[in-house]
Design a protein around this ligand. Structure first.
Ligand code: NAD
Length: 382
């Protein structure tokens, strides 16, 4: 066993710092070797949190050339995930990379090939996979509480300030982030794929930008300011921080999708970035029962089909937008880094989630039902 594991950090923004702090807390043998981020504000914030003495590599290839770096943690904009992951594998490093895997399917496939050739570990930041809430749901489904899944609905509807943050940030432009579905909802799509345990076969979708447009900018004044004097829709701190209504953007703020899986299971998904009642809810119907769950409230309810059955509540002890997943992700990532414990979620899940998002967005853009199996054939999964 090594005395210490060296970590290089590529992307020291909000999420980069958040996860790094949790990971470092797990074990003193985990040490940061150097930082890379083009924005001096993120470097300054990382220096404040992790120590002003930490070296900064203005070129991340210099970080990758450091022999003390064993693991690279990538939390840059989504458009950089591919080149940084490929360079890290080429330098013999293990990689943690934030979701989504990449912003095109060709990039995802290239990453998968590089990963397989590298013999290195790869962990993807699908935080919800680590949440006790979703792990409990998977356990209930595998235990047959609903019988065989027949159909389900799921959603991710966002608080107005969260929506405003997305629409004023780098995430509003596909060239940096990919689509809204890919950037924000790839978690939910991943969970759906995991629960169904089959690949989507056909998908359809409608969506558009109907609220965060210049003519609706008056909603900021209508709602006024929060207790800290910050304007409605602009309360979340971020590095970019444009006006979410007037900033140029090419993502949608509402979208619905229909999926049919290879095993016949059908689902509908709904996202909206200006929700009066924010939800991350699932309602799964099977041959013998149903599950209804909302991670924001922590509620999980089940009911078997039958004359004398009752609605039962299951406690997973988790209720926030990530369902307590952040801390467990950090713990399990530390175990992978230190002891080589195989990760529960890796590049292949990132590829299937991203591919599902690309298929759904192809359906939205083309107005057609899309045969998603074309993606899986390209990936050699069918
Ligand atoms: N797992 C989760 O739940 C979760 C939550 C939020 C964000 N994320 C992901 O984390 C990543 C970062 O998001 P964030 O919320 O921290 O955004 P952020 O804007 O707070 O930070 C992004 C950082 O990346 C830096 N950056 C930009 N170009 C770069 C480059 N070429 N190389 C290195 N750094 C670069 C920016 O300067 C910034 O400091 C994204 O991929 C996002 O999708 C994951």
């Amino acid at each position: 066993m090594k005395n210490s594991i060296g970590i290089g950090v590529i992307g020291c923004g909000g999420m980069g710092r958040n996860l790094l702090e949790r990971v470092l807390r797990q074990d003193p043998r985990l040490k940061v070797i150097s930082l890379h981020d083009p924005d001096p504000r993120s470097i300054a914030a990382a220096h404040e949190k992790f120590g002003a003495e930490l070296p900064v590599d203005t070129d991340y290839h210099a970080m990758l050339a450091r022999p003390e770096v064993d693991w690279v943690m990538i939390a840059s904009w989504n458009c950089f995930h591919k080149e940084q992951t490929l360079a890290a594998f080429a330098a013999g490093k293990h990689v943690f990379c934030q979701k989504p895997l990449a912003i095109t399917f060709a990039d995802c496939l290239e990453m998968e090939r590089a990963w397989k050739a590298s013999g290195r570990q790869f962990v993807i930041g699908f935080t919800l996979r680590f949440s006790p809430h979703y792990r409990k749901l998977k356990e209930l489904l595998d235990a047959g509480v609903v019988g065989r899944i027949v159909s389900f609905e799921f959603n991710e509807t966002l608080n107005f300030n969260h929506g405003g943050y997305i629409m004023g940030d780098w995430r509003r432009l596909r060239q940096f982030a990919g689509t809204h579905l890919l950037e924000k909802c790839c978690h939910d799509i991943d969970l759906a794929n995991w629960f169904v345990a089959s690949l989507p076969a056909r998908v359809a979708s409608f969506g558009g930008l109907n609220f965060f447009t210049a003519e609706n900018a008056g909603h900021i004044g209508r709602l006024g300011q929060n207790g800290e004097g910050r304007d409605a829709y602009r309360t979340w701190r971020c590095l970019v921080g444009e006006n979410p209504f007037t900033a140029d953007k090419d993502i949608v703020d509402n979208q619905v999708a229909i999926l049919e899986y290879g095993n016949g299971v059908r689902a509908t998904f709904h996202t909206n970035c200006n929700a009066g009642i924010p939800e991350r809810r699932l309602y799964i119907l099977g041959t013998e029962g149903a599950i209804r769950a909302n991670v924001l409230t922590g509620d999980i309810e089940t009911q078997r089909i039958g004359f004398d059955t009752k609605l039962e509540r299951v406690d997973s002890g988790a209720n926030d937008s990530h369902g307590g997943g952040d801390e467990i992700l950090a713990r399990e990532l530390a175990a992978t880094m230190l002891d080589g414990v195989p990760p529960t979620v890796s590049l292949d899940a990132g590829l299937v989630s991203a591919g599902t998002c690309f298929a759904i967005d192809e359906a939205l853009d083309s107005g057609r039902v899309v045969d998603a199996t074309a993606y899986w054939r390209q990936a050699g999964l069918l």
